[in-house]
Write a protein that binds this ligand. Structure first.
Ligand code: RRO
Length: 331
């Protein structure tokens, strides 16, 4: 489809042709939430607050998912916490966070001022931890000046760096119990699942039956890098979570499998999103939205760039509504 153009005068008698931005309907609805476009920041890659707003107009993104929070502050893992790989990176941040109440006081107002649609991610070591976090969230949504800023809760069932704990996302009944326990938040709930299991469809099914409005597919892959000089793991936490472009096909497969088995369950795709191609693949596999993660560490403007690339791609391919891409590979 050719772009529409407007003739505007730039100096006496000399008109210039200026291409108008492509008109593509980018709106999407995912897990009970209507968004102006399908590109979000992934949890853990945009901090807890509005720190990316120096580079990106956060109000222009679909949503900002904040790094996972618990009720209490948590110090996280020893440095080094991140290490580059040829395929992306590996991290063991270890869930560092200020706790929900301190976050609501210090970070949420900045996100609100930036006009971001905020998705709060929570984590826990037990079902009770998740329930307490969901309750705390319900309280702060109720008391905050602009309650509309928080649009959803992402329940992180799949952190690879929870020392001594097996993942809730590897155990369908346990994942379902957590999802049921978080209903008290009173927000749309997305379950963030793990790529490190052959039971992904069973876990997603259990989460949906327990009330999840959507699933985010996926978190990072379990990995470990050894420094061959010191003969020790490079990360302070030992193992970590592998992410980046190398994750793309793994995430696409996860989205594809869950979309095929559970066509009614909304999916947010996460893994290797760095350009239009990687985003469109996840949408075609069955996602209604995507999250940009590791790419943001290399370029803090990445989420906006992915959105611009996706818009351009749709325009160039005659796609007038991004919704028509969702699940296109299954039709
Ligand atoms: O904080 C982390 O180490 C971390 C988390 Br919560 C997560 O969900 N995924 C990841 O790769 N790292």
């Amino acid at each position: 489809m050719p772009s529409r153009a407007t003739t505007i005068p730039i100096a006496a008698g000399s008109p210039a042709i200026v291409a108008e931005p492509p008109t593509v309907d980018l709106t999407t609805t995912v897990g009970g939430v209507s968004l102006p476009n399908p590109v979000m920041c992934a949890a853990g890659t945009a901090g807890h607050g509005a720190e990316l707003s120096a580079f990106v107009d956060l109000s222009r993104l679909g949503a900002v998912v904040v790094k996972s929070l618990s009720v209490d502050p948590w110090p996280g893992n020893p440095a080094p916490r991140v290490h580059p790989l040829s395929t992306g990176m590996i991290n063991s941040v270890g869930l560092e966070g200020p706790g929900l109440a301190a976050w609501a006081d210090a970070e949420l107002p900045q996100l609100q001022r930036a006009g971001a649609r905020v998705v709060v991610s929570i984590w826990g070591r037990s079902i009770e931890d998740y329930a307490e976090a969901a309750e705390a969230l319900a309280v702060l949504v109720g008391r905050h000046d602009q309650p509309g800023a928080i649009v959803a809760l992402e329940v992180n069932l799949s952190c690879p760096n929870l020392a001594g704990k097996s993942m809730f996302a590897h155990d369908a009944p346990a994942a379902a119990q957590v999802m049921a326990a978080t209903a008290v938040a009173g927000l749309p709930r997305w379950a963030k699942l793990s790529p490190n299991t052959d039971r992904l469809v069973q876990v997603a099914t259990a989460c949906a039956e327990a009330g999840a409005d959507a699933v985010t597919l996926t978190n990072t892959l379990l990995g470990l890098v050894i420094d061959i000089e010191t003969r020790r793991p490079v990360l302070g936490g030992g193992g970590g979570g592998v992410s980046g472009p190398g994750m793309g096909p793994i995430a696409v497969r996860a989205v594809w499998d869950v979309a095929r088995a559970l066509p009614q369950l909304p999916i947010i795709g996460a893994g290797g999103v760095c350009d239009a191609d990687s985003a469109v693949q996840l949408l075609m596999a069955g996602a209604s939205a995507v999250q940009v993660g590791t790419a943001t560490f290399a370029d803090p403007r990445a989420p906006q760039r992915v959105l611009d690339d996706l818009t351009r791609w749709c325009h160039d391919h005659g796609v007038t509504s991004v919704a028509e891409l969702c699940g296109a590979s299954h039709r």
